[in-house]
Write a protein that binds this ligand. Structure first.
Ligand code: AMP
Ligand code: MG
Length: 448
């Protein structure tokens, strides 16, 4: 793609890597976490790691679909409103009764919804068509074979796969798994993601304003985005720009991480770029310029705990979420186990866009889930826009799905976070396009 439009390589900013190429390398590196068996009460929102089938057929026995009377069709064939048929009621069977009932010709058995159909019964006459009698019942209408009867196997055949591996478990899936009789299933644990920001200028939100300082928005934003992607987030208070602080902090956090995300400290050539310096000692990371705006400086790779600091065997740990609830998570990485790491640029909009484009699909892949890529739709621009040559722009916009239009917002600088708060979509402007007009059709990524 870069060669075809002539902007990719040899750009004034140096050689640029196409967006797809960067993402492909990321997805080639991350692997799904080992599945774990969890009870049904704990799997909501997790990704199923096995095909779940029903051992037996569903329903497993013929049963009544209504409250009424189990009968033989011939015994009520003559019944009408004007000339009802009266039958003796020989028993009553409720949902959950396990005894075997048999219907004798010329009689009826009172039956409740979900109750096992008596042997010999051919249909259920709803109670509404009768006088509701207990010893005898008067029936005012005839009925056909199988009326109000749920046949064994009409919902699912024995061995039928009901929920497939890779499904993000929602309430309906959990219902189906339970109905198939499974008390626990194999799921992918939520990846534990450590978010760590760097910068001497960063202060905790809530602290007093100090000239020259800004409040750390990235780490809070990324932790939230991580959770939105189905993962557990652990946010580290911002680190100063000093290698002696950054390296030990990364090493420390590695024991709890399936994946790490840093922001700041990776711009091209800055001498305060401590993340880059620290990581050069700890892992294999490619720092590159990606042909996009915002978010050009990207770093991705893997880091490993030095052997002295790693447990010899992988350890299974519980991970405490922000709300105090503990869940099973993947084992702590053992010595030499490599943890994927994203080093995102510091500008908040760059960090945000980079997360959505690169980290979010990677977190999906770790969960064995392919549904995390941003939804892509077409829309008409409500106004003109400009975009640099050779880079794919992701411009903040307001999408109106109902009318199919998208408004590109003003204030598209990578530091202009106010605009981020107004956007619900990213307008994608291809590398070879430098301007677009009102009414043009654009590709839009819907923000989660
Ligand atoms: P850097 O990538 O460290 O060179 O930072 C680029 C820009 O992003 C600078 O203006 C930083 O102040 C800003 N920045 C870096 N980290 C954060 C953060 N965690 N929250 C908000 N802004 C940040
Ligand atoms: Mg910085």
């Amino acid at each position: 793609m870069t060669d075809s439009h002539g902007h990719g390589h040899g750009h004034a900013d140096g050689p640029l890597t196409p967006v797809e190429e960067h993402l492909a390398e990321i997805l080639a590196t991350v692997t799904p976490l080992a599945p774990t068996e969890l009870s049904l009460g704990e799997v909501h929102g997790l990704v199923l790691a096995e095909d779940v089938s029903t051992a037996g057929q569903l329903p497993s026995f013929d049963n009544s679909g209504m409250d009424g009377y189990a009968v033989r069709v011939d015994d009520v064939a003559a019944a009408t409103e004007d000339s009802p048929v009266t039958l003796p009621v020989t028993g009553e069977v409720a949902a959950g009764d396990t005894g075997a009932y048999a219907l004798q010709p010329g009689t009826a058995i009172k039956i409740m919804t979900g109750a096992m159909l008596p042997h010999g019964a051919e249909a259920v006459v709803p109670v509404e068509w009768t006088d509701g009698g207990s010893a005898r019942v008067t029936i005012r209408a005839s009925t056909g074979y199988g009326n109000a009867v749920r046949l064994a196997g009409e919902d699912a055949k024995a061995g039928e796969v009901l929920v497939t591996a890779g499904t993000l478990l929602k309430p309906m899936h959990i219902a189906v798994i339970a109905a198939a009789g499974r008390g626990s299933v194999l799921v992918r644990p939520r990846p534990r993601v450590v978010v760590l920001s760097t910068g001497n200028e960063l202060a905790e939100p809530g602290s007093p304003v100090v000239p020259g300082r800004i409040w750390d928005s990235n780490s809070f934003m990324l932790a939230a985005a991580v959770r939105e992607a189905g993962c557990l987030a652990y946010r580290r208070v911002a680190l100063p720009d000093h290698p002696d602080e950054v390296l030990p902090a990364i090493e420390d956090q590695l024991v709890r991480a399936d994946l790490m995300i840093t922001t700041g400290g990776v711009s091209m050539g800055g001498e305060h770029d401590v993340v880059k310096a620290a990581l050069q000692r700890l892992g294999t990371i490619t720092f590159r310029k990606v042909a996009m705006q915002p978010g050009m400086p990207q770093g991705f790779g893997t880091v490993a705990l030095p052997p002295a600091k790693a447990p010899e065997e992988p350890q299974r740990r519980r991970f405490r979420r922000g709300d105090g609830y503990e869940e099973a998570a993947a084992p702590v990485p053992a010595a030499g186990e490599r943890v994927p790491i994203f080093t995102l640029p510091g500008n908040p909009v760059s960090a945000y866009v980079s997360f959505q484009l690169f980290a979010r699909p990677a977190l999906g892949a770790m969960q064995g889930y392919d549904g995390l890529a941003l939804e892509k739709i077409q829309a008409q621009l409500t106004g003109p826009l400009r975009s640099p040559a050779g880079r794919r722009s992701f411009l903040r916009g307001v999408l109106d799905r109902a009318s199919g239009v998208v408004e590109p917002l003003t204030g598209q600088g990578s530091h202009q976070i106010a605009t981020l708060g107004k956007a619900n979509a990213l307008v994608v402007v291809p590398e070879w396009v430098v301007q677009m007009a009102e009414g043009d059709t654009v590709e839009v990524l819907v923000l989660p």
